[in-house]
Write a protein that binds this ligand. Structure first.
Ligand SMILES: *[C@@H]1O[C@H](CO)[C@@H](O)[C@H](O)[C@H]1NC(C)=O
Ligand SMILES: *[C@@H]1O[C@H](CO)[C@@H](O)[C@H](O)[C@H]1NC(C)=O
Ligand SMILES: *[C@@H]1O[C@H](CO)[C@@H](O)[C@H](O)[C@H]1NC(C)=O
Ligand SMILES: *[C@@H]1O[C@H](CO)[C@@H](O)[C@H](O)[C@H]1NC(C)=O
Ligand SMILES: *[C@@H]1O[C@H](CO)[C@@H](O)[C@H](O)[C@H]1NC(C)=O
Ligand SMILES: *[C@@H]1O[C@H](CO)[C@@H](O)[C@H](O)[C@H]1NC(C)=O
Ligand SMILES: *[C@@H]1O[C@H](CO)[C@@H](O)[C@H](O)[C@H]1NC(C)=O
Ligand SMILES: *[C@@H]1O[C@H](CO)[C@@H](O)[C@H](O)[C@H]1NC(C)=O
Ligand SMILES: *[C@@H]1O[C@H](CO)[C@@H](O)[C@H](O)[C@H]1NC(C)=O
Ligand SMILES: [Zn+2]
Length: 761
């Protein structure tokens, strides 16, 4: 699974509703003051949501005032869509501009509310969302699936003379997503039948499937959650938990009622952190086996069985793909991606060939290591994480607690911002207090490019259990737009929100981070930079908007890689009390662990990616034959695992990414994008990391291509603009130590390829 959850909300952007505001470039502070001065007349008091959609009045928003505001807005928008549809003028100014305004009026306030749902949830807000969700879906479907608008968009698109590349991409994006939502079905009209009737029937069936799939995908995630929650193992003898750290005992006791960390009882559950700890640390092998078997069979039987859900979903997905004119579900899901099913499979095969032997060797080494520790039995699936943990400890002797004191959040931020300055000539300046925030710990910043104000962002760093979702993400709250600039201003500047979940400061002690948290912060900032440093001015393709899903993780994984660059790490890793630099041997260990079992990790990702692509392109559900029994499944296992899953393994029953998470036929995208990220990074290595001038020059080139061009140009072309050639897999394989074979020879020749190249159309 991917290391971090990234919600890259591709929000489209908003007309400033408070038209009484003065023109001229205003600071956020002036902006807020203008809104507040206008309160009496513009109704900001009753409707704080719509009064300020760029820098929201987070101090005034409540579930109570959000509901009537949005109800009213949805009604207005429905009316405005009716009007636009009725005329559907086929010119850019009369159709696309109003369309973008409509989108923005919907997306900006809706983005604020869903943002609050993620970072400041409450029972009241949840109830409000239950009420609002169906209405929001109705409006956005109206806008996205309108046949008159679709026809008009196609007319404009047909006449490419006079359209810029960006405008063509805007139209292509709108057209393909309308097509995928069923406005333009392939209808076979039987001899003698009425064409209109056949079309209507097909449309009804398509919409019916959409509805069913939405229910089923809910069923899927609910079953996965319920099945995970259903397992409870109460441990009463402390000896059974030997090997597990004290912090684990404390949490396990907290989950059991009337318990203490010291005396128990302790409750073991299947949530990811608990499961991972048990598998990595529990000395009791029987316990590990029991927990492992429960984990891999979640949601595969009983009340929360996802087996029939998957079969129904697969059948419906294939049928829907056919109705929309695609030969299978993979073709359908990838119609708006950078890769095709074939190029994605080609990439997987290349990486698989490179990583398989390494993964096999890593398993052999692990067996040897276990034997060296006088372990005599065969290593089974439930032994791998345990012995890997021990092997890692023996090899590197490194724990999170060793690095934390050297990674206080304030220093890490300084280091991150210094890197942005060095690479992209972008400077960050704190502007806390200029605008309202949703929690006192949230920070606010200005971002400058070449010394000129370019964007703003919020940073919400700390976990707040109960009201803030877990994980980390970047939300593109406000996109850059010329059309949607306030009166008298040339451009509306982007606003981003970065969210992570690290431990809060305690007293005078700052938040001390693990390396994983540092990398996560760099990752989200990478998304943020692409959103904020954009040079595009059409909101549908500026920043992250309009970028293919399998290219979106490129800048994020690129920036991630910098956190592991020794001089970068050394530039900010200093002890929070003594200001002493992180000792050299600690830095070296951090660097060395990066590629520990990289062959195994790569192969595991390829296993998920390949099964996802195969079942969406080749699988035809047959009653009574479940996926796990098919040759297709066995073939994937033979190719992409060095230790096969148990025959009773039912991981597909909890593979939420592809059955309820928007990654159907898209899981490969993490690797696909990472190949570009690391190839991009290798451009800097090539000019020499200590050549400051060359690095700065390369950085500006990266900024002005990959970070600037957004969705306005095909990602393969953007990559080529930066790198001067198509992306290659060689850099990522070299970076992860996968170029070296057993015999020591290097396989570069067969691996350099243009697999990641542009789609034919
Ligand atoms: C676009 O042009 C092609 C050929 O130039 C034509 O066949 C097609 O009908 C046109 N589509 C629209 C929507 O006008
Ligand atoms: C195509 O667009 C150009 C520029 O807007 C315009 O001059 C021309 O008449 C259009 N052609 C058609 C066939 O609509
Ligand atoms: C290991 O765990 C199993 C099941 O949880 C338990 O029955 C057994 O007594 C434990 N053995 C030891 C040595 O702790
Ligand atoms: C909690 O534990 C104590 C001591 O073991 C016991 O006396 C008490 O009855 C327990 N309470 C509950 C609610 O189980
Ligand atoms: C999915 O959930 C709905 C209720 O939300 C239920 O009626 C339906 O039977 C479920 N379908 C499956 C296949 O579990
Ligand atoms: C393995 O067994 C040998 C021989 O009994 C012993 O010398 C050695 O210390 C043991 N190693 C470990 C890691 O327990
Ligand atoms: C592991 O590292 C700690 C300090 O981080 C040190 O005290 C200990 O001796 C090391 N153990 C080994 C086996 O090197
Ligand atoms: C970088 O930004 C500074 C202002 O912060 C500006 O003076 C300088 O010209 C910029 N450098 C380049 C290469 O644009
Ligand atoms: C910590 O050390 C760095 C590098 O030597 C120095 O630039 C910085 O001023 C020091 N900070 C404090 C608070 O002493
Ligand atoms: Zn991401």
């Amino acid at each position: 699974m991917p290391p971090t959850r990234t919600r890259t909300a591709v929000l489209v952007i908003g007309l400033l509703l408070c038209a009484s505001l003065a023109g001229g470039a205003r600071t956020p502070l002036e902006y807020i003051q203008d809104v507040q001065m206008a309160e009496g007349s513009a109704g900001a008091k009753e409707d704080p949501l719509l009064a300020s959609t760029i820098f929201p009045l987070y101090d005034k928003l409540t579930a109570e005032n959000i509901v009537p505001s949005l109800m009213n807005l949805f009604k207005e928008l429905q009316k405005d869509i009716d009007e636009l549809e009725a005329s559907a003028p086929a010119t850019w100014a009369d159709l696309v501009d109003p369309y973008e305004r409509l989108n923005d009026r919907l997306n900006l306030p809706w983005g604020i509310v869903t943002h609050l749902e993620g970072v400041k949830n409450s029972d009241a807000l949840r109830a409000a969302m239950d009420q609002l969700n169906p209405l929001q879906v109705a409006v956005s479907q109206r806008l996205g699936q309108s046949s008159p608008l679709y026809q008009a968009f196609k007319l404009i698109r047909n006449n490419s003379t006079g359209l810029t590349e960006a405008q063509q991409r805007v139209l292509d994006g709108v057209i393909i997503s309308a097509k995928l939502s069923g406005v333009d079905l392939e209808v076979a009209v039987p001899e003698g039948e009425d064409k209109g009737k056949a079309r209507l029937q097909a449309t009804n069936r398509f919409n019916d499937i959409t509805q069913q799939l939405s229910t089923l995908s809910n069923n899927f995630s609910n079953n996965a959650l319920d099945a995970t929650a259903a397992f409870k193992l109460l441990i009463t003898d402390k000896k059974d938990l030997d090997g597990l750290p004290g912090s684990f005992l404390a949490q396990a006791a907290q989950r059991a009622s009337n318990a203490t960390a010291e005396n128990g009882p302790w409750l073991i559950t299947l949530d990811a952190p608990t499961y991972t700890s048990v598998m990595s640390y529990a000395d009791n092998r029987t316990l590990r086996e029991e927990v492992y078997r429960a984990y891999i069979s979640r949601a595969s039987s009983g009340a929360a069985d996802n087996t029939p859900v998957i079969e129904q979903m697969m059948a419906l997905r294939q049928e829907q793909a056919h109705l929309a004119g695609y030969s299978n579900a993979a073709e359908y899901f990838m119609a708006n991606k950078m890769a095709t099913p074939q190029t994605a499979m080609d990439l997987i095969e290349q990486l698989r060939e490179a990583s398989y032997n390494t993964a096999a060797k890593e398993l052999k080494d692990l067996r040897q290591f276990a034997a060296s520790q006088n372990y005599t039995e065969t290593l089974m699936n439930w032994d791998i994480a345990y012995w890997a943990q021990k092997q890692q400890q023996a090899l590197f002797n490194l724990t999170d607690e060793d690095v934390r004191p050297y990674l206080p959040l304030p220093r890490v931020l300084e280091g991150l911002f210094a890197l942005a300055k060095r690479l992209f000539n972008a400077t960050v300046e704190a502007a806390d207090g200029e605008v309202p925030v949703w929690d006192p710990s949230v920070r606010f910043f200005r971002l400058y490019r070449n010394g000129e104000l370019k964007a703003h962002f919020y940073l919400d760093s700390f976990a707040r259990p109960g009201e803030k979702s877990a994980g980390a993400w970047q939300s593109s709250m406000v996109g850059q737009s010329a059309l949607l600039a306030a009166p008298g201003e040339k451009l509306r500047m982007p606003v981003a929100v970065l969210v992570t979940n690290q431990s809060p400061p305690v007293g005078d002690k700052p938040s001390l981070m693990t390396m994983y948290e540092v990398v996560t912060l760099f990752h989200e900032f990478g998304h943020g930079l692409q959103h904020m440093l954009t040079s595009e001015t059409d909101v549908l393709v500026s920043g992250i908007a309009g970028i293919e899903q399998d290219a979106v993780e490129q800048p994020s994984q690129f920036l991630e890689r910098w956190a592991h660059e020794k001089p970068v790490l050394l530039s900010f890793a200093r002890h929070y009390q003594t200001n002493e630099s992180m000792p050299d041997d600690l830095v070296n260990k951090v660097e060395a662990t990066r590629n520990y079992r990289s062959g195994t990790d790569t192969l595991r990702q390829l296993f998920y990616a390949l099964i996802d692509l195969k079942i969406h392109s080749k699988y035809n559900p047959q009653p009574g034959v479940f996926l796990h029994q098919t040759d297709l499944y066995k073939d994937v296992i033979a190719k992409t695992t060095v230790m096969a899953p148990l025959p009773e393994d039912r991981f597909l029953c909890t593979f939420t990414h592809i059955f309820s998470g928007g990654y159907a036929s898209g899981y490969y995208g993490y690797k696909w994008a990472q190949v570009m990220s690391i190839d991009g990074f290798s451009a800097f290595q090539e000019v020499g990391m200590d050549n400051a001038d060359a690095i700065a020059k390369e950085g500006l080139k990266y900024r002005d291509t990959i970070l600037s061009l957004g969705g306005a140009r095909a990602p393969a072309l953007v990559f080529q603009d930066f790198r001067g050639r198509p992306a290659s897999t060689t850099p990522i394989l070299r970076d992860e130590n996968l170029l070296q074979t057993d015999s020591g020879s290097v396989q570069t020749q067969s691996l350099v390829s243009a697999a990641i190249s542009q789609r034919a159309n």
